[in-house]
Design a protein around this ligand. Structure first.
Ligand SMILES: [Fe+2]
Length: 260
């Protein structure tokens, strides 16, 4: 099990090319790495105040609709997925958009495109509740923002998406490079936003906090989740994709069949 702890080692979005200062020896072995998986994180600048406000509104939402909906959540509460349309959360949603658009820039996405929030919801993980292993179909970037995280209330887990790479597991020295990890856990931290590709398999451990009574909300883990996709900016010339230079796609109704 590997534990992500060192914030200083996190990657910033902007990459630099290695400088080639001198001619390498002819037998030098070069290493190139392709197909990396990006996970981004940032802490909210006014987390304490922002989280208090969010928790207050989410508590009210929960009190009005305790049934919620069921997705990857087991035992926990999953709100309706229209949080991005609810104006009381706009103060947070706006900041979230800014961060996702930073990723768009950092990933060199087309400048005429921007982030589009597809859905957004709140989670309350009560004692023993967890989120099963899943991906977010149809999402380009997904993520979680933590509001309240009592001790042992469940870390988020990501696994190496290259299924074939799990077939052979070599032995490593104690300090293996991060690029060789097969799984990683992030400790939930109030005010922290974690963003990951929607296709990246993840799950959340059960809330095993025992410091509070089972129905004491102080012992529950509160978080937000969301899915973003890429859309063209208004008034730009970027066109929706029509297929691979094929002249555009067709529906079955478009097909005329004639007798020979
Ligand atoms: Fe998820």
């Amino acid at each position: 099990m590997d534990q992500h702890t060192d914030k200083k080692q996190s990657h910033r979005p902007y990459t630099t090319k290695p400088e080639q200062t001198e001619k390498p020896p002819t037998d030098m072995l070069f290493r190139e790495q392709w197909f990396p998986t990006d996970i981004w994180f940032v802490d909210h600048p006014t987390a304490e105040k922002t989280n208090q406000r969010l928790i207050k509104d989410i508590d009210r939402w929960y009190d009005r609709d305790q049934k919620g909906i069921v997705r990857s959540n087991s035992l926990g509460w999953h709100s309706a997925v229209d949080m991005h349309h609810r104006s009381e959360y706009n103060h947070f949603t706006k900041w979230l958009f800014e961060k996702v658009n930073e990723i768009f820039k950092g990933m060199s996405y087309h400048p005429d495109t921007q982030a589009f929030c597809d859905n957004m919801w709140a989670n309350m993980n009560m004692r023993y509740s967890h989120n099963r292993n899943h991906v977010h179909p149809g999402a380009l970037w997904s993520g979680v923002y933590y509001l309240q995280c009592p001790k042992d209330s469940g870390r988020i887990w990501f696994t190496d998406p290259r299924g074939e790479a799990h077939c052979m597991v070599p032995r490593h020295s104690k300090h293996k490079d991060k690029s060789q990890w097969r799984e990683v856990y992030y400790e939930p931290t109030p005010g922290r936003l974690i963003l990951f590709p929607g296709w990246l398999t993840h799950e959340v451990e059960p809330n095993l906090n025992k410091e509070f009574e089972e129905d004491d909300r102080k012992g529950w883990r509160y978080s937000l989740s969301f899915n973003f996709i890429q859309r063209a900016k208004p008034n730009t010339t970027i066109k929706e994709r029509k297929g691979h230079d094929s002249g555009g796609g067709v529906f079955i109704e478009d097909l005329e069949v004639t007798d020979e």
